[in-house]
Ligand binder design. Structure first.
Ligand SMILES: Cc1cc2nc3c(=O)[nH]c(=O)nc-3n(C[C@H](O)[C@H](O)[C@H](O)COP(=O)(O)OP(=O)(O)OC[C@H]3O[C@@H](n4cnc5c(N)ncnc54)[C@H](O)[C@@H]3O)c2cc1C
Length: 319
């Protein structure tokens, strides 16, 4: 059985969970077994059933107020109980903070091999060989797993969301949950109106924006396009923008339809997080900037002069 660990935000699933389900269901098919999607936390029946649109025939839900705080120890114990209950042989997590925290604990418990950051289904299941991007996506490594139980973390926006409607049964499990040893003192929410990893259009700024005071036109462009905002790593390191906006090898991996790179050089570590975008539009004053090699459309010039004109043109088109 393939156990898919879904994540929800305030009781709602995001694109990430639908992608995990799409992947886990396809993997189960390849392995000629069934897939079970696990939901942790307070998620309504209607919301749980939305997983059926992506092939989840069975959804298991565990809800307890003690799960409001993500405590790795408690969550991994819960997942291992569910896995034992259903005889899970493969675990699928997202390749994000939560998934990367849980995967090794589960692997330790089940003496499983872990392949972190996969983007495709296995090349073969006997033997089990799966490839994963390495060197910031410049190459793929084929990994052969010999262990009976396997743990995979899936790069977000890599496999994609695939509709495959099925009838879904939801099972509520009552599992005793220990009191978390973690207390949340403060929560800072991402400020953007559109969730970055789910956004179809992303407007992103780099050091070429020169100062945090110059972000108003970038935000305005995002507003008129209905886009999310992002930034390069130095920009978030400088505190110009929140860390939640940092994209790249060490930040969020995104795959929007359109990615606007404004004053971003296009370093390999940056491209590692955005090169899956369907279309990249770059504005840079340096015609030799590496971003132009990755871009589908490029404008050579001063972003501060071009942005207001671009906003006006988009407004005209929208009108
Ligand atoms: C291990 C490691 C991991 C890393 N991970 C990441 C990561 O996840 N994400 C990431 O982004 N970086 C990452 N980096 C950093 C990365 O190598 C680059 O240093 C960084 O991406 C550069 O950011 P930038 O393009 O905003 O700044 P810069 O490299 O300073 O580029 C600024 C660009 O703006 C242009 N510009 C200047 N003025 C204007 C103007 N007026 N109009 C238009 N264009 C202008 C310049 O020509 C230049 O191309 C990582 C580095 C390391 C070593």
């Amino acid at each position: 059985m393939v156990l898919i660990y879904t994540q929800n935000w305030d009781g709602k699933f995001k694109k990430l969970s639908y992608e995990l389900v799409s992947y886990g269901v396809a993997l189960a098919k390849q392995l000629s077994t069934e897939a079970v999607a696990l939901s942790v936390g307070n998620v309504s029946q209607d919301e749980l059933k939305t997983l059926g649109k992506y092939g989840a025939a069975k959804v298991v839900s565990v809800n307890d107020s003690k799960l409001d705080v993500f405590d790795n120890k408690i969550y991994s114990k819960l997942i291992s109980q569910v896995a034992e209950n259903f005889g899970a042989k493969v675990f699928v997590f997202a390749h994000n903070n939560e998934g990367k925290a849980l995967a090794p604990r589960l692997a330790g418990k089940f003496k499983a091999a872990v392949v972190s950051g996969v983007s495709h289904l296995p090349k073969s299941v006997v033997p089990f060989i799966i490839s994963k991007p390495v060197f910031t996506g410049k190459a793929y490594a084929d990994i052969k797993i010999n262990s009976e139980v396997k743990v995979l973390t899936l790069f977000q926006n890599s496999y994609g969301v695939h509709e495959n409607s099925v009838q879904t049964t939801v099972e509520e499990l009552n599992i005793e949950i220990a009191t978390p040893s973690i207390k949340i003192i403060d929560k800072q929410r991402a400020t953007g109106k559109v969730l970055l990893t789910d956004a179809e259009i992303v407007v992103s700024g780099g050091r070429g924006m020169k100062s945090p005071d110059n972000w108003a036109p970038l935000e305005q462009l995002a507003e008129v396009l209905g886009a999310a905002t992002a930034c390069s790593r130095p920009v978030s390191d400088e505190g110009w923008r929140p860390h939640a906006e940092h994209v790249g090898q060490t930040g969020k991996i995104i795959a929007p339809n359109v990615y606007f790179a404004l004053g971003i050089s296009g370093a390999i570590q940056h491209l590692g997080g955005v090169s899956n975008s369907k279309c990249i539009v770059a504005i840079n004053s340096d015609k030799e900037a590496p971003i132009f090699e990755a871009a589908d459309y490029g404008i050579i010039g001063d972003v501060h002069k071009i942005l207001p004109e671009l906003i006006e043109e988009v407004k005209k088109l929208r009108a």
